[in-house]
Ligand binder design. Structure first.
Ligand SMILES: N[C@@H](CCC(=O)N[C@@H](CS)C(=O)NCC(=O)O)C(=O)O
Length: 235
């Protein structure tokens, strides 16, 4: 059911004029934003595990945030955050693991200790990965961002299979929202295809694009390009 389910009607975005949901009433809620790559990690995980009916999406307008969000939900005032069992938990990588450990649906980490160890290494590299790519926009993109994409290309060679740990796992969900945005922006602005000379990366992206749990979460490409141009090129 999880990946072939009929497309979900997404709830409307809440802004500063919106009332809060009835907090801590036993409903599990994922406070999110449809354009945020961190929140997207958790959204994909929720979909893939088939938790659409168990975890309600509560999208927040980050540019016009409701004051109750910081005051009553998540003092960090960021997304994603999960309301579960009368508590609020934040941080996207902690949340993907939390969903995997506390909810039903397909397991998203393998038992194999070598793969587990590699999962930790890959998850620890996510911030460096995105920072390396972001900072390359001001320098030599092909060379500098290339280091980060080469890391993924060689990671994809480590185990048999098409994904970062061989089989699909939460590690793929941790990276794809960022790779999705970088691929679009780098192609558009620098006319560089990040998959050229990286066949494993090309196949990995293709395979993820066959998974509904992911494709329904993809950001609008025009929005991504516009946002990145504004943020990184001052255009
Ligand atoms: N380390 C956090 C980062 C989350 C994050 O920065 N989210 C952004 C949206 S993409 C946010 O809420 N920004 C609002 C703010 O920083 O005030 C995570 O992995 O969950």
């Amino acid at each position: 059911m999880h990946s072939s389910r009929v497309k979900e009607v997404l709830p409307p975005v809440l802004d500063s004029t919106s009332e809060p949901p009835p907090l801590f009433d036993g409903t599990t809620r994922l406070y999110t934003n449809y354009q945020c790559p961190f929140a997207q990690r958790v959204w994909i995980t929720r979909n893939y595990k088939g938790l659409q009916d168990k975890i309600k999406l509560v999208p927040i307008d980050l540019a016009n945030r409701p004051t109750w969000y910081k005051e009553k939900v998540y003092p960090e005032n960021k997304v994603p955050a999960l309301e579960h069992d009368n508590k609020i938990i934040g941080e996207s990588l902690d949340l993907v693991r939390y969903l995997d450990a506390h909810f039903e649906g397909p397991a998203l980490l393998p038992d194999n200790p070598d793969k587990r160890e590699f999962a930790e290494e890959l998850l620890a590299y996510t911030d460096t990965f995105s920072k390396t790519v972001y900072s390359s926009f001001k320098g030599d993109v092909v060379k500098e961002a290339g280091v980060a994409f080469d890391y993924l290309e060689s990671a994809l060679q480590k185990f048999e299979g098409l994904f970062l740990l061989g089989d699909l796992s939460l590690v793929d969900f941790a990276y794809i929202p960022f790779v999705e945005r970088f691929q679009l922006f780098i192609q558009e602005v620098f006319n560089y295809d990040i998959t050229s000379g990286r066949p494993k990366l090309a196949t990995w992206i293709e395979e993820l694009n066959k998974i509904d749990a992911y494709t329904v979460t993809k950001a609008d490409p025009e929005y991504v390009i516009r946002l990145f141009k504004q943020r990184f090129l001052g255009q």
